[in-house]
Ligand binder design. Sequence first.
Ligand code: PBG
Length: 318
Amino acid sequence: MRPRRLRLNEYIRDLARETRLHAKDFIYPIFVVEGTGIKREIPSMPGQYHFSIDMLSEEIKKIEALNIRAALIFGIPEKKDALGRESYAKEGIVPRAVGEIKRASSQMIVVTDVCMCSYTDHGHCGILNDRGQVDNDKTLLYLQNIALSHANAGADIVAPSDMMDGRVQAIRRALDEAGFTNTAIMSYSVKYASNFYSPFRSAASSAPSIGNRKSYQMDCANINEALKVVRLDENEGADIVMVKPALAYLDVVRKVKDSTLLPVAVYNVSGEYAMLKHAVSAGILPPEAIMETIISIKRAGADIIITYFAKELIEELG
Ligand code: PBG
């Protein structure tokens, strides 16, 4: 047997290739800020920007021209308080951004991150009790209202990233009762307490001011727990499950893919982006390292890839 026969030239390698990336695999994250006329590079994430709402339609048209059909919206409010009031305001930053995107492209799939950490003054993903702990069941009521405010503005998919127990069921129930039966839920089911979120936290000013997120995000050492939470989210009515981060967790991606019939989304997070971006711009790695990395996520079992690299990869795929 001569395996090299299928490696002889580019055409034959293309023919025998097992994993292919396509623009339609990707969800592109977008950070939205208050103000006007803003397109400002995010220092911790070179090549990514803060956009004010009036600048969104231009960006959406650009990604649509690349055949990317889904955007994940993160709102960064001007005001924060202990209850994260801006997160569920009817005219909050995310609902207004969703409206603007839908006006620019009614077909674009708009996914919204449902969480409280950018909106609370303490930076935790939920409401705190008297002892300073995140109160799971109280937070569920807030998450329902956040999801409703996004669905009401026209979001196609809401994506809870808070990691409270029971949130998928709570959100599904609230959406259905309000008549949003077609709004899908992409659950950040398997979200580890990871060091690789740091650049995002400075971009979204969402770092916890006290403590860390280990009482609600998962321990990086666990994999059975990943399968457990995927099963729970399936039963609660999730439409898509997610594994996050990607690279240090490709074994988890494979196991989750083999354990569920739901589409599996994988989030190539900010730290993974920043690492590669810096290595390439310093000339330590060739730019092709990016494609190799994103292919590995799909090969591991991702059906959907959320990545800050989406635009530049598609430009390269041609
Ligand atoms: C909000 C949220 C985070 C990310 C997505 N949604 C940060 C966190 O949990 O602290 C991370 C995304 C990234 O690092 O690219 N909870």
